[in-house]
Design a binder for this molecule. Structure first.
Ligand SMILES: [Zn+2]
Length: 416
């Protein structure tokens, strides 16, 4: 157990990094010419559809963000690359989204990286409360020639997610199910993690289903990565024998290459895409229909889902809100017993105490109220985590969630 002071220090580490204290000390390498617009790209595994870049002054550029498909008020995320010549330059980006905006583009921190793997948080100058349509990023002088810039702690589908899935599929307890193709032809991947053998037949095991609906909420995707890695570690061996865990890292894998925050290619908000009356190809977003049909097949199987988790990011630490199903109203304890299990597993103080969700607050097309309405199962809206500005802290929060589920859902769902 950490003291309060220890917790504060851990939580403040990435925030301290976010202050570009050295930015004032511009040290352009002698003889190096300033960066030019041609050195930037907004395409690639982390992209920003419709963004335009214009020079304002030496190493100073204006970026105008584009909008999501069919959503003129929804800015795409700022994802771009400097392809060359970055070393020694202290970049200033003035970023604008001139249209009326329903979601501020600067609600979350940005990050930069020299390899697309190790990310350093960087704070907006003003923040979304003060200035939701225009804001500035100032970077310390770069120490590498190529630089990646992305939103939250970025996670691309085409490089990062596919590499993770390749690593996970080598584990004997992982099955990779492709439930269909996205509109742009990417695989829709659901991981199924459970021990291939063991004392408990699969039909007796608990089952949990986790999915990320909003593709630009990358911190929450790293939460899932930490959850999977804990489950596949030695510490998760017992849980794998008693539980089946389904993980959808992104419901809208087309999004990161375009910087879409909430949507698929049709511009449908992926957490307003559920249909409690049943999956329907004619009326649902393309990917949402395929995911819901897949979930319905799981519910009709001999190992139906016990809890469904919608994985999101908003401000603060991780914030789980629960709609209890029947197993949290019975002899094994109510939802507060799970709250206690999660508080115990959360040794770093990364997760708020579980609260009861306000049923109906966001409607039955969300992936919490919707499945609860259709199947009566426990549903958790797992929000927050924006303040966790590193991959490691988000992963640790996910590991704690999986550990708590393993502890609370003791034994098996059906006793012999
Ligand atoms: Zn969300």
């Amino acid at each position: 157990m950490l003291s309060r002071m220890d917790r504060r220090q851990i939580l403040s580490l990435p925030l301290a990094l976010a202050t570009p204290a050295v930015a004032a000390a511009t040290t352009l390498a002698q003889g190096a010419s300033p960066l030019s617009v041609a050195d930037f790209s907004v395409d690639g595994p982390l992209g920003s559809q419709g963004a335009t870049i214009a020079a304002v002054g030496p190493d100073h550029f204006r970026v105008r963000l584009g909008a999501a498909p069919n959503q003129p008020g929804w800015p795409n995320k700022l994802n771009l690359r400097i392809l060359r010549h970055a070393r020694g330059h202290a970049l200033r980006l003035d970023v604008e989204f001139p249209q009326g905006t329903d979601y501020a583009f600067n609600e979350y921190h940005q990050s930069f990286s020299y390899d697309g793997v190790h990310w350093h948080p960087v704070a907006w100058a003003q923040g979304y409360l003060a200035s939701p349509r225009a804001d500035t990023l100032t970077f310390p002088p770069f120490t590498g020639d190529q630089v990646w810039i992305g939103t939250q702690t970025p996670l691309s589908w085409d490089v990062d997610a596919l590499a993770l899935i390749d690593r996970w599929r080598a584990h004997p307890d992982v099955s990779v199910h492709v439930v269909g193709k996205s509109l742009q032809g990417r695989d829709l991947v659901r991981l199924e993690i459970t021990a291939k053998d063991g004392p408990h037949p699969k039909a007796r095991r608990w089952a949990h289903y986790f999915a990320n609906q909003h593709p630009g909420e990358h911190n929450s995707q790293w939460r899932l990565v930490g959850l999977v890695d804990w489950l596949l570690s030695e510490a998760g061996a017992d849980v794998r024998q008693r539980q089946v865990v389904h993980v959808v890292l992104m419901m809208s894998p087309d999004a990161p290459a375009h910087g879409w925050y909430r949507v698929n290619q049709q511009g449908v908000d992926m957490n307003r895409s559920y249909r409690p009356a049943g999956a329907d190809q004619a009326t649902q977003a393309h990917e949402a229909f395929l995911w819901q049909r897949d979930l319905e097949r799981l519910m009709a199987s001999d190992t139906p889902v016990t809890t469904i988790w919608a994985i999101h990011t908003w401000s603060g630490i991780v914030e789980p809100q629960i709609i209890p199903g029947p197993e949290l109203r019975g002899a094994r304890g109510d939802w507060t017993t799970f709250r206690t299990a999660l508080a115990r597993a959360d040794r770093l103080g990364l997760i708020e105490a579980v609260t009861l969700a306000k049923v109906g607050q966001y409607g039955n097309t969300t992936w919490t109220d919707g499945p609860h309405a259709q199947f009566g199962i426990t549903a958790v809206l797992c929000e927050g985590g924006a303040v966790l500005q590193t991959r490691q802290l988000n992963e640790a929060s996910g590991a704690a969630i999986m550990q708590a589920l393993g502890a609370h859902y003791a034994g098996t769902r059906l006793t012999p």
